[in-house]
Structures are given as C-alpha cells and as structure tokens.
Design a protein. Sequence first.
Length: 128
Amino acid sequence: MAKMKIKKGDLVQVITGRTSDGDKAAARGLEAGDKGKQGRVLQVFPDTQRVLVEGINRRTHHVKPNQAGGAGGIEQREAPLHVSNVALVDPEDNKPTKIGYRVETVELDNGRTKQVRVRVAKRSGKDI
C-alpha cells in the first residue's frame, strides 16, 4: 500500500465531485457539492486511504438517546473522503498543489548528522 502524503492538520481542497457552486448545481437539478471547498484534515485512515476533512462531506447521522444523558436526534457529521479526491493547498497562493520531498542533512547535538525528508509544495517550492 502506498504511503499517504497528506497528514493530520494539513489544509486540503476537494478536487473532484459535485461542484460547490449552488447556482450551477441548481441549474442542472442537483444539490451543491463540496468540489472546490477547503478544510483541515482531522484524521487520516492509511489502511483505507481515506481522510476526514473538517466541514467537508457532511452526512446526516441519527443518534439514539442513551441513559448517560445524551439526547437523541439528528446531527451532521463529516464522513471520510478518499485521499485521491483531495489535494494539499499551497501555503503561498492557496491553490491545490502536488507534494514533493527534499532530503536535508541536519546536525545533531552530539556531532552526528541525520538525513531528514522535508515535504515541499511542487507549485511554489515552499516547505510545508
């Protein structure tokens, strides 16, 4: 299984799916989707290649009341998206970008050197 390049806390943008423009969606008889929306990654599921993004892919969840005082009702929750449907947002211009890596050599306290992989935005070349 491939390593996921998107990490918890990253700002991502939805790049596939239904358009988030309500006017265009209504003209086609559809509900507005999440394409083009941005949000922070709340959780990463590497085994299923999915990410949970704040405010994206919200679904209705029916909650049953319990004895611990939790009231029942209908609430909105985020559902996981496949990682291929989101792209990391470039910190420089807030547009989607691919992710690359650069290997840097870091000097440790005891005089040894260590090689560290740094994530880099392909669009601008800035560190992530």
